[in-house]
Write a protein that binds this ligand. Structure first.
Ligand code: GLP
Length: 264
């Protein structure tokens, strides 16, 4: 794992956008795993700007989102399908048929989850999976005690997650209590992980995920098991990390970060 600390949320989002753009240019048929949440809004705005201003091409890209609420139709403004259309898909040249989210409206949720896993496999696996970290320490909606080998399935959401995300609903009581999510095992099979975490409210959980013991109580700690994982954070989120000087040294000195140092 590499942890890269950038001064501000804007710098961190810009670096994440540039890494995704670089991967897409290297492989136009990239299978890209996507995440939702407030953290990703600026990143998606930057990708939209790169498409508009630099011709970043999504025409062959296929996407798979981490999760979706159970019981919200795509037209509901709090569904993750709506979020993705609103923040990214309708602003870029992606074929809507190449965009996938778990089907939280399916009559048979178990079958929908199995089908989702099959679709990922048929696409050849996810090349690059974008991740945020929830206040409860989750990746996707893998709440505490999610098995480290879990697959796409339905999960009950914790009170912390409900408190955190219900503020985004016009009527907070309407937030679903359950969601479909890729499992920790599904996420660990992605070829590369790109984790973006910003803001002081995430500092404690980030430190536990990155530098604490691997535990199903903090599903984000499972990223330590992944052989190709980059964690991009801003100074506010990095506040509680112990090895900040080492992480800074890597960004300032390792050749692979050279192109990103000069013009971030
Ligand atoms: C939701 C999503 C997660 C996301 C988390 C963080 O719970 N299921 O995938 O990482 O929110 O959201 P935010 O960026 O709003 O803090």
């Amino acid at each position: 794992m590499q942890v890269i600390i950038r001064p501000t949320r804007e710098d961190a989002s810009r670096l994440a956008a540039r890494l995704i753009a670089k991967a897409l240019r290297a492989k136009p048929s990239l299978v890209l795993g996507l995440a939702t949440g407030r953290t990703m809004e600026r990143l998606y705005a930057l990708l939209v700007a790169m498409h508009r201003d630099e011709g970043l091409d999504f025409s062959l890209c296929r996407t798979f989102n981490l999760d979706e609420y159970i019981g919200l139709p795509p037209t509901h403004e709090n569904s993750y399908r709506y979020y993705m259309n609103d923040h990214l898909f309708r602003h870029i040249n992606i074929d809507p048929r190449n965009t996938h989210l778990p089907d939280g409206m399916a009559a048979d949720l178990g079958a929908a989850c199995r089908r989702y896993e099959e679709e990922i496999a048929e696409a050849g696996g996810i090349d690059l999976q974008l991740l945020g970290i929830g206040r409860a320490g989750h990746i996707g909606f893998n709440e505490p005690l999610s098995a480290l080998r879990s697959r796409t399935r339905d999960k009950s959401l914790t009170p912390v997650t409900i408190a955190e995300n219900s503020t985004l609903f016009k009527d907070p009581t309407m937030m679903p209590r359950r969601a479909l999510t890729m499992g920790v095992g599904t996420i660990l099979e992605c070829k590369r992980l790109l984790v973006l975490v910003t803001g002081e409210s995430k500092a404690a959980v980030l430190a536990r995920a990155v530098e604490g013991p691997i535990t199903s109580m903090i599903s984000a700690s499972a990223i330590q098991l992944h052989p190709n994982c980059t964690v991009i954070v801003d100074e506010d989120a990095a506040k509680d990390l112990q090895e900040k000087d080492y992480y800074r040294w890597i960004f300032e000195n390792e050749p692979e970060w050279g192109e990103f140092r000069e013009s971030n």
